[in-house]
Design a protein around this ligand. Structure first.
Ligand SMILES: C[S@@+](CC[C@H](N)C(=O)[O-])C[C@H]1O[C@@H](n2cnc3c(N)ncnc32)[C@H](O)[C@@H]1O
Length: 210
């Protein structure tokens, strides 16, 4: 998908709702202090990199696709973007405060190895935005549009990846969002009413504390 087309989706009513909901959930989990550094692994067009930077974080975006890197740099020249893969990060151990991977690890065939890399380079923790296999979003959207080629994960799988990390995590939180994926007024009411612990949202946010 062309970067401009992907980004335009975030500016549709449904895309804005999904973007806002996911960003709020990730920030609730991370609660980073202003000025902390964050690696956005699989930054794509930079939508979440810009949101994190807007919240006061010092962001580096990383993505293997040169087209999205060029697009993201054009959108905001103040954010550092690098071409690369999260399976072999070009950073020293413990060189940033946090790592985020938002609907990007689901495109990596070796997720456990990629998570080990994110774990290696962060000081305080990793937040993942995964696609939840046990959701209405999966039934409606898998192998369609921007979800084509993505792996749909489960909480159990995320826990298994985390069990392999060294040093062992100090904590792991799982939260869900996007329960009714259509984004209608009703979907937004349901989203506000359902606790984020209900394991049925299409977006599975995983916070692993170091
Ligand atoms: C669906 S996009 C998500 C982009 C952005 N995080 C967002 O949520 O808007 C998935 C991104 O993951 C990137 N990606 C795929 N394999 C990757 C890898 N091995 N390392 C880092 N990023 C990767 C793709 O190039 C793509 O930009």
């Amino acid at each position: 998908m062309k970067p401009a087309r992907y980004e335009a989706w975030y500016h549709t009513p449904r895309g804005r709702w999904i973007g806002d909901t996911e960003f709020d959930l990730l920030m609730q989990l991370l609660q980073p202090p202003a000025g902390a550094s964050l690696l956005d692994a699989g930054s794509g067009t930079g939508y979440f990199s810009r949101r994190f930077a807007g919240a006061g974080l010092a962001v580096t975006g990383l993505d293997p696709d040169p087209a999205v890197i060029a697009y993201a740099r054009e959108r905001d020249a103040t954010i550092r973007y690098l071409q690369g893969t999260m399976t072999a990060l070009p950073f020293a151990d413990a060189s940033c405060d946090y790592c985020a991977a938002v609907t990007s690890l689901c495109f990596v065939p070796e997720p456990a190895a990629a998570l080990r890399e994110l774990w290696r380079v962060c000081r305080h923790g990793v937040v993942l935005g995964l696609l939840n296999r046990q959701s209405l979003l999966y039934r409606r959207k898998h192998e369609r549009g921007g979800y084509r080629g993505a792996r749909w994960d489960t909480a159990a799988r995320a826990r298994a990846w985390a069990r392999d990390l060294a040093p062992p995590p100090r904590g792991l939180q799982l939260r869900y969002a996007i329960f009714l994926p259509g984004g209608s007024g009703m979907a937004q009411v349901v989203e506000r009413l359902l606790p984020a612990s209900v394991p049925a949202g299409g977006f599975l946010a995983v916070h692993i504390r170091k």
